[in-house]
Design a binder for this molecule. Structure first.
Ligand code: NOJ
Length: 517
């Protein structure tokens, strides 16, 4: 592979709990994932990103980490993780892991020590412990999952948690915190990990005591960049290891700061992910993205989904096609056929754009969001913390269907931790593998062509009228996406390489994409 493998990579996101279960307990694990590595190679993945695999009480799907240097026993062992890395490398697949530096778990040794050590102790300095204001918490900050961002401990002090109470925030002014995370990065780089996805990357620096200073009290404060300059120095001690930021910031100028040459290599494109199915808005998002990245020499990323957002076939089948975190109540009218057609076109768009592309497990199968998970089985803390008004993110985390005609569809020999819909018998990898019109066939074909002539680089827009996004890449490949209501004629004298749906005599139908050469 070229020296800069990550600039144009196709990166497959594995949500380990729901990918493949190797031991029959109903939870996905490393044994299951190792067995499915050939599937990822066949699909055309250049890298996998695994959500947190560390020991965790699972208050937030593993984003509450109890030990950053080990593996959750439900997932396997450290030795199996090393095997996973080795076997992935053997198939030319790089491995990216999730590091969660904003917060730990209330079960981690440091936090247990801090509770025991009491007010004013150095152990409490690693977190944000404060006295309250009488009966009230130290300030009025609200948790991102709902409810107050402070929880009181028996001795009367309160600690800060921007997410769930089980996820105490670290104090990034503390030398122990800074040094320990450098050590965690080296621990995993030493084991062959190729990249780090940095969770909640813009939130690390905060000051709950500060008077208002014009900056947000905890999002994107200027001091956060010092942390990533240090992390970059650690990554650069190794060959070709990368940092990828989870940076949700609407302001592109602020976002770009994280991609400066001495900070992160890439960051997730949430601007594109959040864009509605509209030619003007998608084009504006693509142009904004390129305008942000090109001057920095950083490659863009193209993301349609992940474990935090509604699945594309569902989102694009709703009246409001933009991403919205709480737009998930049962009963939201959804036209899945329309959504699927658009998701297929969106996939060819994302794969054709210059930079790297992410595929969240199940996206390549066209899985819909599962809207009807029984309330008592919902696990996302958003559900409880919102007083059961926000259903949360379980609907995009349902275990994958691999084979057979009934649950557990080859995912497990036991009962999956979330129930799989009966309709998924048509969406198993087994069912799609033999169907040339399937979503899986489209992703495989798209990623194969992409590996030959797309990825990193630039584009030139073509004008095919309102409602159409069309551009040519350096290799000569042209991508045309029809987002308008009527069919459009394709440019003449070009070979059609791949389309997201049938093309008829009138041209490229609505909500359809084509790749031409
Ligand atoms: C972002 C992760 O993607 C999400 O799943 C998690 O709940 C929060 N960060 C908190 O770690």
């Amino acid at each position: 592979m070229p020296k800069t493998w990550w600039r144009g990579a196709a990166i497959y996101q594995v949500y380990l709990r729901s990918f493949a279960d190797g031991n029959g307990d109903g939870f996905g694990d490393l044994a299951g994932a190792r067995a499915r590595l050939p599937y990822l190679a066949e699909l055309g993945a250049n890298a996998v990103w695994l959500n947190p695999w560390y020991p965790s009480p699972m208050a937030d799907g593993g984003y509450d980490v109890a030990d950053y240097r080990d593996i959750e026993p439900v997932f396997g062992t450290l030795a199996e993780a090393e095997k996973f890395i080795e076997e992935a490398h053997g198939l030319d697949i790089r491995v990216i892991i999730d590091v969660v530096p904003n917060h730990g778990s209330d079960q981690m040794a440091w936090f247990v020590e801090a509770l025991a050590a009491g007010p004013g102790s150095p152990a409490r300095e690693r977190f944000w412990f404060r006295p309250g204001r009488g009966e009230k918490p130290p300030n009025d900050w609200q948790s991102i999952f709902g409810g107050p961002a402070w929880t009181q401990v028996p001795d009367g002090e309160w600690y800060l948690h921007l997410f769930a109470p089980e996820q105490p925030d670290f104090n990034w002014n503390n030398a122990d915190v800074i040094e320990d995370f450098h050590d965690v990065l080296r621990f995993w780089f030493d084991r062959g990990v190729d990249g780090i996805r940095i969770d909640s990357a813009a939130l690390l620096i905060k000051d709950p005591d500060a008077e208002p200073d014009g900056q947000d009290p905890y999002t994107d404060r200027d001091g956060v960049h010092e942390i990533y300059r240090d992390w970059r120095r650690v990554a650069d001690e190794y060959d070709e290891r990368i940092l990828i930021g989870e940076v949700w910031l609407p302001d592109q100028e602020r976002f770009a700061r994280y991609l400066r040459a001495d900070e992160m290599h890439t960051a997730f494109n949430f601007d594109f992910l959040g864009s509605p199915w509209s030619p003007a808005e998608l084009r504006a998002s693509i142009e904004r993205t390129l305008a942000t990245h090109v001057p920095l020499g950083a490659p863009a990323t193209w993301v349609l989904s992940n474990h935090d957002v509604a699945r594309p076939v569902t989102r694009y089948g709703r009246a409001d096609t933009s991403w919205s975190n709480d737009d998930r109540r049962d009963g939201t009218a959804t036209d899945l056929e329309l959504g699927r057609r658009r998701a297929r076109a969106a996939a060819l768009l994302a794969m054709a754009l210059p930079g790297s592309v992410y595929v969240y497990q199940g996206e390549e199968l066209g899985l819909p969001e599962v809207d009807d998970i029984p309330d008592e089985l919902r696990q996302d803390p958003m559900w409880n913390r919102s007083g059961h008004t926000v259903p949360g993110r379980d609907g995009c985390r349902v275990p994958l269907p691999w084979s057979g005609s009934a649950p557990p569809y080859g995912f497990s020999t036991g009962e999956p931790w979330l129930p799989q819909p009966a309709a998924w018998k048509e969406l198993t990898t087994e069912a799609q593998e033999t169907d040339p019109g399937s979503m899986l066939a489209l992703y495989r074909a798209g990623l194969r062509i992409r590996a030959e002539c797309l990825g990193d680089g630039s584009l030139t827009w073509l004008d095919l009228g309102d409602g159409v996004l069309a551009f040519t890449r350096e290799s000569g490949l042209t991508c045309v996406v029809n987002l308008g209501p009527a069919p459009v004629a394709l440019p003449p004298d070009r070979e059609v390489l791949l389309t997201s749906g049938p093309v008829d005599v009138d041209g490229l139908p609505a909500d359809t994409a084509a790749w031409l050469r």
